[in-house]
Ligand binder design. Structure first.
Ligand code: AMP
Ligand code: MG
Length: 357
């Protein structure tokens, strides 16, 4: 199939711009669209065959459930049951926005959308293009990240085209996703609320509504430990990975730069293509032929927004070994490091401090 790419002018959103996309969604087809987090691959959430097409297009394992995107807060009534008061409080403060809530599902939501789980993940995006598409379609839209399974998520229409052209009917090109990391996933279906995936909204942001909120142990684990059972099925898959071998270095800035320079020099001597992923402040410390400065540590919003784009760019340049600094400093540190460590398959080197500690 030929994938139509339709540019959307955000300055002047018109109903007509969405009519073809809406017709595709209503007839069970797939449309990729921008959200404020990353691009999503959308299909009718209540149509099991549309959900099956999403899994097929992405090559996604069928037990990894999809997030259902809605245009209105009270859509929760239609999709979920036994909705706790906290869910409405969270919707009041954080919707529309990068928060996904997991609740017990109603029967209308097919097992094909939830990977066979009795729960459903729901999010109301704030991106104007996403909201207009969902509202115009009159549907609930199941939309995982619009990347081929296992690859870095897509933050631009060009990324989506590269991964999914020929597999989906349409891509709405609304420019770059502003946040660049996927939503925070909060499980409200159990006895205690837990964060299953860190995102732009941190645990601290959510404490105002959920004072006892904790991360699921699998989120903060630094390995794929077998004894920690992943509650979001997506947690157990290798994710976000560039084609090259990525290693994350942790430790003092000077020591990390020295260790990366040594490791890169070894690989270059063996004839491999290498690259370094560094913060703006330290990018000049590296002697590798490819050094990508992802942004200043003081502006972690920019680091978050660029992460997937930079990871993808290493593939375009055929890089075999990537050495990365770590970025765990600020408010977004947990989310950024969660994606980076998964991309690295948890390959981390702890560089001792200069005084031998
Ligand atoms: P993606 O949209 O590609 O970011 O993937 C959606 C993520 O949400 C995956 O990691 C899923 O495992 C998670 N998810 C979706 N629905 C549920 C659910 N009902 N229970 C737990 N995790 C879910
Ligand atoms: Mg994804």
């Amino acid at each position: 199939m030929e994938t139509i790419v339709k540019k959307i002018n955000r300055e002047n959103l018109k109903k007509e711009d969405f009519s073809e996309a809406v017709a595709i969604l209503r007839s069970g087809g797939l449309v990729a669209f921008p959200t404020e987090t990353v691009y999503g691959l959308g299909g009718n959430a209540l149509d099991a065959s549309a959900a099956a097409k999403i899994y097929a297009a992405k090559g996604r394992p069928s037990d990894n459930p999809l997030i259902v995107h809605v245009a209105y807060k009270d859509s929760l009534f239609e999709l979920a049951k036994e909705i706790p008061d906290e869910a409405w409080d969270l919707a009041k403060y954080f919707w529309p926005g990068p928060l996904t809530m997991i609740l017990k599902k109603k029967d209308v939501v097919p097992d094909g959308t939830t990977g066979g789980l009795p729960t459903v993940a729901v999010r109301m995006p704030s991106d104007a293009v996403a909201r207009m598409l969902i509202a115009q379609s009159g549907l609930f839209i199941a939309a995982p990240s619009a990347n081929a399974s296992g690859r870095p998520s897509t933050t631009r229409a060009e990324h989506v085209y590269k991964d999914l052209a020929g597999r989906i009917e349409m891509i709405l090109d609304g420019g770059s996703a502003t946040i660049g990391l996927e939503s925070t996933i909060l499980d409200l279906s159990g006895k205690k609320p837990v964060i299953l995936r860190p995102g732009y909204l941190s645990r601290e942001d959510l404490l105002s509504v959920l004072p006892n909120l904790e991360y699921d142990p699998a989120v903060i684990a630094r390995t794929t430990q077998k004894d920690i059972v992943a509650r979001a099925p997506g947690m157990k898959y290798r994710h976000y990975a560039p084609k090259g071998n990525l290693t994350v270095y942790e430790g003092g800035r000077v020591e990390v730069a020295a260790a990366i320079n040594r490791a890169a020099a070894d690989k270059i001597r063996e004839g491999h293509t290498c690259a370094v992923l560094a913060a703006e402040e330290t990018a000049a410390e590296y002697v590798c032929p490819i050094v990508k400065s992802i942004g200043a540590r003081t502006q972690e919003e920019i680091i978050a927004a660029r992460l997937f784009d930079v990871l993808r760019s290493f593939d375009d340049e055929g890089v075999e070994f990537i050495f990365s600094e770590s970025f765990s400093d600020g408010h977004l540190g947990t989310a950024i490091m969660n994606r980076l460590l998964k991309a690295a398959g948890y390959q981390v080197i702890h560089v001792p401090d200069g005084d031998g500690k």
